[in-house]
Design a protein around this ligand. Structure first.
Ligand SMILES: Cc1cc2nc3c(=O)[nH]c(=O)nc-3n(C[C@H](O)[C@H](O)[C@H](O)COP(=O)(O)O)c2cc1C
Length: 181
């Protein structure tokens, strides 16, 4: 098996994920970018991490701000995912108003209509290969339980499929030990 960066990128695309948009900055400097590299890191305290290309303008902006938001996109908002990954996309708060933003508190905005959003305060930053990881402490969050998420898998933006298991894993039953290997 070849082990090239392109192969690994394809491997990473096999890991299905939600799709989000990170928003940071104010006024003319406000900028948003589509991400999948998001992970809730800790519950107590509540910490999240996002990874952005080191060469991009979004990671440059995040290096200089104290707070930012992450909005999880709903399945019908696939156009926003594509828009905020485009190099010629809208930037600046006046332009982002046209897309639809809401005041998320603490001088930060999130995307209007997101299935969930959070605001976080910069905790730490780590340069890792060609990406930088930004860890934030969550200070505000909200979600719309009725809104189904946008999913990305193998390069395509998708909707959630049907449930694979009969019940929620958070309600573990004795029967869960009896997998039929
Ligand atoms: C579905 C999707 C997921 C993406 N996920 C990431 C990601 O996790 N990290 C990243 O650096 N770029 C990601 N990108 C690419 C960025 O959105 C894109 O390169 C954007 O232009 C970066 O913003 P910048 O040019 O301001 O740095 C993704 C693009 C798409 C369409």
């Amino acid at each position: 098996m070849a082990n090239t960066p392109g192969d690994f990128r394809a491997w990473a695309g096999h890991w299905a994920s939600g799709v989000g948009v990170v928003v940071a900055g104010a006024g003319e400097e406000m900028r948003a970018a589509t991400i999948t590299a998001f992970v809730p890191v800790s519950f107590e305290p509540p910490l999240i991490a996002i990874c952005l290309s080191r060469s991009g303008r979004m990671s440059e902006l995040l290096r200089g701000v104290a707070r930012w938001s992450v909005s999880a996109l709903g399945a019908d908002d696939y156009r926003l995912a594509r828009h905020f990954a485009h190099p010629a996309r809208l930037t600046g708060s006046a332009e982002l108003q046209r897309v639809g933003i809401v005041d998320a508190g603490e001088g930060v905005v999130a995307l209007e209509g997101a299935s969930a959003w959070l605001v976080c305060a910069r905790e730490s930053m780590l340069d890792l290969g060609d990406h930088s990881m930004f860890v934030g402490r969550v200070t505000q969050y909200a979600r719309d339980p009725e809104k189904a998420p946008l999913i990305v898998w193998r390069g395509a933006l998708r909707r959630l499929g049907e449930a694979a298991a009969p019940a929620s894993w958070t309600a573990l039953a004795a029967d869960d030990l009896n997998a039929d290997w």
